[in-house]
Write a new protein. Structure first.
Length: 210
């Protein structure tokens, strides 16, 4: 009688290693210690916008006119004259004829050009603000100047036709002999107007009022 053969014992299956985690599991594990925000979005303050430059207000029409004032001038060794373009000829003839009453005067004798300029600026500023219309400047004939040329008379025409004085002067002309002749100059000032903008006196000299 044959003996029954026992079936061969099968080798035990090798133990499986640790199971690889899926990408979803790895993602959840990586962020397991993250505390959610209380708000629905990023809790980060937005960056402050850079300050915007405030554009300067456009100049008024009156200011544009004043900044482009033009003078018609004539100048000789003994005579100077100037008037704002468009001035009524009758008004200019009255100024030349000494028909306006002189309300104030300034004598520039003994001053150099720098001193005279400051004095003229301050004098005309005060006269304008006080409402004076016709004034007299006395630069002298310049007989003691080199070549007998009146330096202050020549400088005066430039001062009167440049800012800030061109905004207050309507006309100027050599005075009659009774008021100094070729050594003096009549000036006709504008009527003070509060609505014509501030005249920038401080841009050209220190305020002598302190």
């Amino acid at each position: 009688m044959k003996k029954r053969r026992k079936p061969a014992a099968t080798a035990p299956a090798p133990a499986e290693g640790p199971r690889e985690k899926s990408e979803d599991e790895l993602f959840l594990h990586a962020f397991s210690d993250v505390v959610p925000l209380n708000k629905g979005g990023r809790d980060v303050a937005p960056a402050a916008a850079p300050p915007q430059a405030v554009p300067a207000p456009p100049p008024t029409f009156a200011r544009l006119l004043e900044e482009n004032i033009e003078f018609e001038m004539d100048y000789t060794h003994e005579f100077i004259t100037g008037q704002v373009r468009g001035l009524d000829p009758k008004i200019f003839r009255k100024l030349k004829g000494g028909e306006f009453s002189v309300q104030a005067h300034l004598d520039l004798h003994g001053m150099n050009a720098d001193q005279a300029k400051l004095a003229v600026l301050d004098f005309l500023r005060r006269c304008y603000m006080e409402g004076k219309r016709c004034v007299l400047l006395i630069p002298g004939r310049g007989r003691n100047s080199p070549l007998g040329q009146g330096v202050l008379r020549q400088e005066l025409t430039a001062w009167l036709t440049q800012a800030p004085l061109k905004r207050v002067v309507l006309a100027f002309t050599t005075a009659l002999p009774k008021h100094g002749g070729s050594g003096a100059v009549y000036l006709l000032l504008r009527q003070v107007r509060k609505d014509r903008g501030k005249i920038a006196w401080e841009e050209v000299f220190v305020d002598l009022d302190g």
